[in-house]
Structures are given as structure tokens and as C-alpha cells.
Design a protein around this ligand. Structure first.
Ligand code: PLP
Length: 384
């Protein structure tokens, strides 16, 4: 076996989905209800059932899902929203779009999930400064593993904060024996093609148990529409989901459990086959990851970059999530209060994501491990 080993193999996936996918797409072509057609309703029912929530509202992206959730809570100027510094920009971007301030929280050095001690400290900082009203927390299931939801819920309840769950990377994962989807007041999903439940374009959803909020999300996704068409109840968005996208996702739902099993198999093969120089991801206890990302850690930036170069030479795709935490990004300079978040600042220097997806063959995994093993052996050799 040799390269290339792609990071994601959508052609192989399409082949695996086969005729069922095309039949669903043909049905959309036949009925022509392209926006919010019957596929969207069917998908929403399946997502709600799968995530153990009363309602699922299909939307145009994971980012719009987050934006709507914050809009429904009345998030705006003068408010602080707490979120991990080590996440994708979308989590923080929506806070700023509404005129509120994202307050960056450090993460756990082992699991990279939001750190409760840091969260407590940051809340204290904001209260002390007295400029902003603490309003909400966005928990993020980084790389497909669950954030500490029980602790976050207790904390949010005690402090009177709204808790949202950004499950863009983790739908399909479970936490203490239950599938993610109802751990917080609202759960947001993304169907970007590289996410565990990826579509063939942009899409997302909001899951909630709250009947009133569900109605509010439905209104917000469609220009703040009231019960009647063209009755404008509130200011909303155009954040609707396409029928084609829902059709693809319904096909993906049919194979989702198999895909998750395959991802877990790949993760275990990596775990077992990596040399000691390359540390596998630390698992969140009592959970099952959706394996959006399989992220190894190296002892230093030099070694990480060296391994990455070797894998690139061997035509094995890799990625670095994330090279820089959000509070050090240019776009967030004006909002960050200057506090150091040492763990989030360090992680990006020594992590490397390996290919993990349902169409990765045993041979490809063995090839990746062989290249890494060879590289590690060379690191042990005394310098000439
Ligand atoms: C991908 C992602 C989002 C945004 O989802 P889109 O569908 O791309 O808008 C939000 N949060 C996290 C953690 C993500 O990984």
C-alpha cells in the first residue's frame, strides 16, 4: 500500500451510498419543493429521535444554528458569553455578530475540552470588572468528544446562565450512555461535509426539548415569520434548509451507525499501532467519540512539524486543528481582555490530526502507521 490517503473521501462515500442516494435526489427533482420540502420534515423527525430531543429544526448551517439560539435568548450588547478559546471561529463569531462579547475560557490539558476551573475564574473576572452581564455559556464538543455536560449544567444552573451545546463535531457521540443532542437548553449541529454527519453542502440543525423555543427557532429561521405567511413577528434570518441537502442527510442517516463504528475501528487501530513518541488522543471518561478528528500529540513543535512533513511526502493528508486559539486571532483582539490561557495557547504547537473516516481501509491505516513508525525509529537513532 502507498498514498495518497485523503483526509476525507467523498467519492468513495458516494459510491457506498449508491442508488438509494440518487433515488432520494430524484424524488426532490420530481416534487420541486426545493426549500423546506418533505425531506426536511422527515430529517427533523429522525434527528430529534436520534438525539433524544423533542424537536429538531433544520437550518442552513451550524453557524446559523448557533446564531439563532443566541438570538432566541436575547443575547446582545453589554452581555458576556463564555466559550472555550480552543474551538472553531463560528462559536465566537455569532456572539460578536449580536453585539455581545465572547469571553474566552481555557481548556483541559488532557482532553482539550472546556476547563471548569478556568470557566469559574473567567466568570469571576467578568463580575469583578463589572462591565458586562454574564448571560450564557456555549459548550463545545471538541473533535467529537463530549464536553463535561453534567458539570457545565450544574455550573450554568448555579450561576443563572443559559447553556448551549455546540455539537457541530459530535453528533453521533455519546456521553454517560446517552447520545448527544439533549445535554443543554439548545444543541446545535453542523452538516458541513467534513463533520461526522456531513451532507453535500452547508446545513445544520437546532435540537431542543423546549416547545416554545422550538417555535421561536422555526420563526427565526424564516425571517421571523408568524403563524401566517407574510406576517412578520420579529426580525429573523433566512436560515432554511434545502430539500436536496436533507435528502443527502437522510441517506447518510441510514449508514450513520455503521460509519461511527468504522471510525471507532480506525481510532482503535491507530491507538494500538502508534509508537510511544506519538501520543493518541486522551478519551473523555464514560463517553464514545464521534471521531470528527483523531488528533495525536507530539512532545514538541519541531517533532510535530517533522512528522507532518514526512506524512505529506508519503501523500498522507493531515491537518492542524487549530494552529492558534481564538483569543490570539486578529479578529478577536479588540474583545479579548488580555488574560493568558496557557493550555489553549500551547496545544496548537504540538497536535496533528490524522485521516479518519468511514471509507478509510485497513490497508490505508496500516500504511499511515508504517510511515509514522519508520519516522519514529529515525528519531531514536543517534545523530550522525
Ligand atoms: C463546523 C463548526 C461550526 C460551524 O458549522 P458550519 O455548518 O460550518 O457553519 C461551529 N462550531 C464548531 C465547533 C464547528 O466545528
Amino acid at each position: 500500500m502507498s498514498g495518497p490517503v485523503p483526509f476525507l473521501d467523498l467519492p468513495a462515500q458516494q459510491k457506498r451510498l449508491g442508488a438509494a442516494l440518487r433515488e432520494r435526489l430524484d424524488r426532490v427533482l420530481a416534487h420541486c419543493r426545493f426549500v423546506m420540502g418533505p425531506e426536511v420534515t422527515e430529517l427533523e423527525e429522525r434527528l430529534a429521535r436520534y438525539g433524544g430531543a423533542r424537536h429538531a429544526i433544520g437550518v442552513s448551517s451550524g453557524t446559523d444554528a448557533l446564531l439563532m439560539v443566541l438570538m432566541a435568548e436575547g443575547i446582545g450588547p453589554g452581555m458576556a458569553v463564555f466559550l472555550p478559546a480552543f474551538t472553531y471561529t463560528a462559536t465566537a463569531e455569532v456572539v460578536l455578530l449580536l453585539g455581545a462579547v465572547p469571553v474566552f475560557v481555557d481548556v483541559d490539558p488532557q482532553t482539550f475540552q472546556i476547563s471548569l476551573p478556568s470557566l469559574e475564574q473567567r466568570l469571576e473576572d467578568i463580575r469583578q470588572a463589572g462591565q458586562l452581564r454574564p448571560q450564557a455559556i456555549i459548550g463545545v464538543d471538541l473533535f467529537g468528544q463530549p464536553a463535561p455536560w453534567d458539570e457545565l449544567n450544574r455550573f450554568a444552573a448555579r450561576e443563572g446562565l443559559f447553556l448551549a451545546a455546540d455539537c457541530a463535531q459530535s453528533f453521533g457521540a455519546s456521553y454517560k450512555g446517552r447520545k448527544l443532542g439533549h445535554e443543554a437548553g439548545a444543541t446545535t449541529l453542523s452538516f458541513f461535509p467534513s463533520k461526522p454527519l456531513g451532507g453535500y453542502g452547508d446545513g445544520g440543525a437546532v435540537l431542543t426539548d423546549d416547545d416554545e423555543k422550538a417555535a421561536l427557532y422555526s420563526s427565526l429561521r424564516s425571517h421571523g415569520e408568524g403563524h401566517q405567511r407574510y406576517e412578520v413577528q420579529r426580525i429573523g434570518l433566512n436560515a432554511r434548509l434545502d430539500s436536496f441537502q436533507a435528502a443527502v442527510l437522510l441517506s447518510k442517516m441510514d449508514v450513520f451507525e455503521d460509519e461511527l463504528k468504522r471510525r471507532e475501528g480506525v481510532a482503535r487501530a491507530y491507538d494500538a499501532g502508534l509508537p510511544s513518541l506519538v501520543r493518541p488522543p486522551v478519551r473523555v471518561p464514560d463517553s464514545q467519540s464521534a471521531w470528527a478528528v483523531y488528533c495525536v500529540s507530539l512532545p514538541s513543535r519541531i517533532l510535530r512539524d517533522s512528522l507532518r512533513d514526512r506524512l505529506t511526502e508519503a501523500e498522507i493528508a493531515t491537518a492542524i486543528y487549530y494552529p492558534k486559539p481564538l483569543h490570539q486571532q486578529p479578529a478577536y483582539q479588540a474583545q479579548h481582555d488580555g488574560i493568558a490561557l496557557p493550555v489553549a495557547e500551547r496545544i496548537g504547537e504540538h497536535v496533528l490530526a490524522l485521516p479518519i473516516h468511514a471509507d478509510l481501509s485497513d490497508e490505508a491505516v496500516a500504511y499511515v502507521l508504517a510511515v509514522i513508525g519508520q519516522w519514529a525509529e529515525e528519531q531514536d537513532e543517534p545523530q550522525q
